[in-house]
Design a protein around this ligand. Sequence first.
Ligand SMILES: Nc1ncnc2c1ncn2[C@@H]1O[C@H](COP(=O)(O)OP(=O)(O)OP(=O)(O)O)[C@@H](O)[C@H]1O
Ligand SMILES: [Mg+2]
Length: 348
Amino acid sequence: MDSGDVLLDISGVSRSFGDVRALDDVSIQIRENEFFALLGPSGCGKTTLLRVIAGFEQPDSGTVTLDGVDLLPIPPEKRAVNLMFQSYALFPHMTVERNVGYGLACERLPRDEISSRVDEVLTTVGLTDKRNALPKTLSGGQRQRVALARAIVKRPRLLLLDEPLSALDRKIRGEMQMELKRLQHEVGITFVVVTHDQDEAMSLADRVAVMDRGVVRQLDTPLDLYRRPRSIFVADFIGNSTILRGRFDQGTWIGDSAPGLSVPDTCRDAIALALRPEALTIVPTDDPRARVRGEIVEVFFQGDHALAQLRADGTVYLAVLRDDVLPRRGDPRGLAWDESAPIPLFEE
Ligand SMILES: Nc1ncnc2c1ncn2[C@@H]1O[C@H](COP(=O)(O)OP(=O)(O)OP(=O)(O)O)[C@@H](O)[C@H]1O
Ligand SMILES: [Mg+2]
């Protein structure tokens, strides 16, 4: 990456709590105006990393720079960084309007500027009619939107959002995701969003760092994470897939499942193969294209499509169903896929 593009440069950052290595040699470069997501299971170190960037936590080792300037000696309130906490705390005795404007009031901005900026963000988050309400009269989702408004209104260079949409129900969440993306585009602030929801990370972010026990396992665009996961962990965490463990031997895959499967040379150093459901086609057992044969275990409706599980040689495959006539549990079927479909995985 061209170093001129880099806004935030995290290099070799580690942080332990007793025996727990919450961050283990993390290096991430975030570009100006990027929408960046940190994705990973609970406890993998996402919040700790945001706290280091915001200044609420000092790393044991490593460096963090913003615009080339060392952030670590700078206290949190002096950094051009704003963190919206996972458990955001609104002031209970203040109205929505005053909660949102609080940070600006602390900076002693003129009253009409505060009021116009608060108006603007309340419109953005759809809460103009709640401006005079107290937090206790709001729903969880509304409170979350107030917290978001409060974080945006200060127009930081870098906005860190820790699970910003987790309290919202599915529909509002979807709307807020689009809002966030629009907002980020409009205000020109660099966003780092933490989530353990892969769909959210994939639909929002320009790039995603997938974390696991303090380590960045892969950093890529959503498309590349989906199409070219490098590890079993990432292939499993992002989307659905069937994992075939084994090894490559002269164009053939040697493993417990799909015996004698021919695979391309790109699978030479792989420790496993991943098959995405949409790359698999269910065919009659006597179809010559069938690479494995077995029986249907279960069929799942997903609304716009259906998925079927098929068990063959002890492995359960997940495939998208394309036919109108759905197979039933126990029906014998084969599975076909293009030779190029298996994704080689090189790490656990
Ligand atoms: N102040 C602390 N003292 C001791 N252990 C801590 C502290 N902060 C974090 N940890 C530990 O560090 C690890 C990473 O925690 P962190 O809060 O960063 O995870 P997370 O990825 O944000 O998880 P979640 O998705 O559940 O919010 C966890 O094992 C956690 O228990
Ligand atoms: Mg967290």
